[in-house]
Every structure is written in structure tokens, then in C-alpha cells.
Write a protein that binds this ligand. Sequence first.
Ligand SMILES: [Zn+2]
Ligand SMILES: [Zn+2]
Length: 197
Amino acid sequence: MTVEKCCELCGDHIPIAWRNGTLKKPSKIRKSRFCSKSCSTSSQARPVMARLWEMINKKEPEECWPWLGRPDRYGYGVLKVQGKVQKAHRYALQFKLERPLLTDVLVLHSCHNPICCNPAHLREGTHQENMDDKRLYGRQPRGETHGRAKLTSSQVQEIRKFYIQGSFSQDSLGIRYGVAQSVISGIVNRKIWKDDR
Ligand SMILES: [Zn+2]
Ligand SMILES: [Zn+2]
């Protein structure tokens, strides 16, 4: 039986085998805290999970929890880990699962909100699932003409402002303005009402 564990510092896999290829005992892996010599020696550095946790705006359990740090150009929260730019939501899911993610595993948002790091909104998925998700979801904002008709240009600006401030989730904005969460998502991601600033 193999044990999977994440490095406390960088969140990477703790290797399950020794350099010579023999498997480590599960008890040995359970006791290990770091993936490598460099991680164990830079013990002054703060563990990735602690850094991650304080950068997430933790709201009600069912709400989206926005990343407070910078987003990448696709809208995903990012942080630097051991000199590399990494996606925050992947670590958030890893934190929930308490095991490392394989590098080819995608992390899908059930809320379709890339900045969200609420572990409850995250799941592991395949590339195919991601495509299906996008196709299904992509259909909604396009057909959702009543969403556009319902809102005024100044409301759209308001929604963007509130959302950027991080004080409202897409769901709560949807309730507030009487439109579906998918419409709010389309607005904040500039898929609809593109020309309104
Ligand atoms: Zn490490
Ligand atoms: Zn979410």
C-alpha cells in the first residue's frame, strides 16, 4: 500500500522511493515532512498551506472564497512556490484531499469562478470533463438574453465593482440583482456586456 503525502513547504509529492529505487516504508513517508533536502533546510520559509490559507477570503461555507492575491491572465489566483508561479486553487483542493494531485489532473470549479479557492467548489477532473463543462456552461450566457434585458448598464458596472471588492459572491450578487449566477459570472469575466466599463 502506498502512502501519498505533500511536502509541508512546497506542497509537492514526497517521493515514495529512495534514490536507489526501493520503496520507502509507508510509516517512513507518514513521518516525512518535506519532499527534498532543499525544502527541509529552508525551514524558515513559511509552509505553502499556511501562506495559501491566509490569502483566501473565507466566507460562508457555500459561497465562493476569492483569492486575495494576484490573478493570472485567465483569472486564476496564483502564488509563488519555490520560485515557480503556481495556481492557488490546486493547493486549496490538495489541502482538502490531504494528498498531492497528479500533475496531469485538472482541478475543476463547480462554481465556474476561476478566482474561487473554496475547497468545496473544487474537484479533480479529466480534460474531457473540463471540455464538457465548458461546453455546457458556455451555452448558458449566450442564450441568456433575458439576463441582459433585465439589467441596466449602471447595474453591470455596480456588479463588477462589488465583485472586484470581494465583498459579494456571484451567487449573492445573482440574488441581489435577480439574475442567474451564470449571468453574474459572464459579467465579471467580461463574456457578456463586454463593452460596458
Ligand atoms: Zn518540497
Ligand atoms: Zn466557488
